[in-house]
Ligand binder design. Structure first.
Ligand code: TXA
Ligand code: MG
Length: 363
C-alpha cells in the first residue's frame, strides 16, 4: 500500500513531513519532491532499505545512487577525506542542484555506491526535501522516482504512474522547479569534470571549482566506455521512437513530408513553430527561455507516450547554460541520433514509423 501525502511545496506541514520521515527511519521508502525531479528515498545507511529502491525501480544494482543531506555535518557521516575545496563549493552551490563525487565513508550502505569507492552527494534546495531529510535524522539515498529507463518525474502524478504500490509513501508537493536532474561533477586536480550536465552550467561552476571540463559522455557520446555506470543505460526515454532534427525549419519540412505520406506523428517543439507543423504539437516552451523548456521536457515525453502516436520529432536547442542538459537528455531519449535533412531524414523516419507500427502490433 502506498500512502499519498499532500503538502504545500514551500511551507510543508511538519506533521505530514514527520510521518514520511518516520517511514524512512523505519527502513521504508518515500518518494519526495526536490527542486530538480522527484526522488525515491530510503535511509542511505541501511542496506536493507536501500535495496528496496533498486527493486521498486527495476534498477540494475551496478548503477549507484545519490545521497541527499540536509546539513554539512552529514557530509562527514557519508564521506571520508573530504577535500578542502568542498567548503567553498558547498557554500556557493548548496543547497542546490549539484551532486559531487567524494570518497565514501564506511557507513554508507554498499548497494548505494554499487561497490565504488566514491559516493555522489547533494544537498537539495527544495523545502520539502530538506525538511524530510532533517526530520529523518539520516542521509537519504534517492535516485529519480521513475521506473528504470523512463523519463524522470517532475510531478507526483508521474511518480504515481510509475511506482504506485511499489513504495511506502509518495509526498505530493506539486511540480518541481528545474525539471531536469542535478549537475554531477567529479573533482579533479585542476578543478572538476561535469559527468552529467544539469541546472548549474559549467561556467557557473567554474567560479568555485577552477577549471571545469565537460566529459564527452555528458555531451552525448555513445557510452560503451562509460565513466559512470549510469551512463551506459538507456535513459529518459519515451516508449516509442523520438527523432531529433537539426533545426526548426527542418522540423517544419519533415513534418509536412510525413503528413503528405500519411504518417501520423507528434512534434515536441517551442510555441513559435507549433502552428507550422502538421503533427500533434506538444509545446516545450515559448522559445527563448531554456529553463521553461527544461521544466517541461520530461512531462512532454510522457504526454507523447499518452498520445498513442507511433513516433515524435523534436528539434535541437542551443547547447549553452541549461541547454547543455536539455540536449544531453534529448540525445539519450533519441538514442543519440540527430536526423539530417532531406532524403536521409525521410529514410530514417520511414524506418522508425515502420518499427513503431510493428511494436504497436506486438503490445
Ligand atoms: O537531481 C537529481 O540528481 C535527482 C534528485 C532525486 O536528486 N536524482 C537523480 O538520481 O537524478 P539518479 O539515480 O536518477 O541519477 C544519478 C546518477 C546515475 O547516473 C549514477 O550512475 C550517478 O548519478 N552516480 C551516482 N553515484 C555515483 C558514483 N559514485 N560515481 C559515479 N556516478 C555516480
Ligand atoms: Mg534517473
Amino acid at each position: 500500500m502506498t500512502k499519498i501525502l499532500k503538502v504545500d511545496p514551500v511551507t510543508p506541514d511538519i506533521s505530514v513531513v514527520r510521518e514520511a520521515a518516520s517511514i524512512i527511519r523505519n527502513g521504508g521508502t518515500v518518494i519526495f519532491p526536490t527542486e530538480t525531479v522527484y526522488g525515491l528515498g530510503a535511509n542511505a545507511l541501511d542496506e536493507v532499505a536501500t535495496r528496496k529502491i533498486f527493486k521498486a525501480k527495476g534498477r540494475p544494482s551496478d548503477n549507484p545512487l545519490i545521497v541527499h543531506i540536509s546539513d554539512l555535518d552529514q557530509l562527514y557521516d557519508v564521506c571520508s577525506n573530504i577535500p578542502v575545496i568542498m567548503e567553498r563549493i558547498a557554500k556557493k552551490f548548496w543547497p542546490g542542484p549539484l551532486s559531487v563525487l567524494l570518497p565514501k565513508s564506511e557507513r554508507v550502505a554498499d548497494s548505494v555506491t554499487a561497490g565504488l569507492p566514491t559516493v555522489a552527494v547533494r544537498m537539495p534546495a527544495h523545502p520539502v526535501a530538506l525538511s524530510l531529510i532533517r526530520e529523518s535524522h539520516v542521509p537519504v539515498a534517492a535516485p529519480s522516482a521513475n521506473l528504470s529507463t523512463r523519463p524522470s518525474p517532475t510531478s507526483a502524478k508521474h511518480a504515481i504512474q510509475d511506482l504506485m504500490g511499489r513504495v511506502d509513501a509518495i509526498i505530493d508537493g506539486g511540480e518541481t522547479f528545474f525539471g531536469i536532474e542535478s549537475t554531477i561533477v567529479m573533482l579533479s586536480e585542476k578543478g572538476a569534470t561535469v559527468l552529467r550536465p544539469g541546472p548549474y552550467s559549467p561556467d557557473e561552476l567554474a567560479s568555485a571549482f577552477g577549471e571545469v571540463d565537460v566529459s564527452v559522455f555528458a555531451k552525448g557520446k555513445p557510452s560503451d566506455e562509460a565513466l559512470v555506470p549510469g551512463m551506459k543505460y538507456r535513459h529518459y526515454a519515451p516508449l516509442k521512437p523520438l527523432l531529433m532534427v537539426p533545426d526548426k525549419e527542418t522540423l517544419v519540412l519533415v513534418s509536412e513530408e510525413l503528413f503528405g505520406a500519411g504518417l501520423e506523428h507528434a512534434v515536441l517543439c517551442t510555441s513559435d513553430v507549433a502552428g507550422r507543423v502538421k503533427g500533434k504539437s506538444i509545446i516545450l516552451g515559448q522559445g527563448e527561455d531554456l529553463y521553461e523548456v527544461a521544466r517541461r521536457l520530461f512531462s512532454a515525453m510522457r504526454e507523447f507516450d499518452e498520445s498513442g502516436l507511433p513516433f515524435a520529432l523534436v528539434h535541437t536547442f542551443p547547447e549553452r547554460g541549461i541547454g547543455l542538459a536539455i540536449m544531453n537528455r534529448l540525445k539519450k531519449a533519441c538514442g543519440g541520433t540527430v536526423v539530417a535533412r532531406g532524403s536521409e531524414a525521410i529514410r530514417l523516419l520511414t524506418k522508425a514509423s515502420r518499427l513503431a507500427a510493428e511494436s504497436m502490433h506486438s503490445m
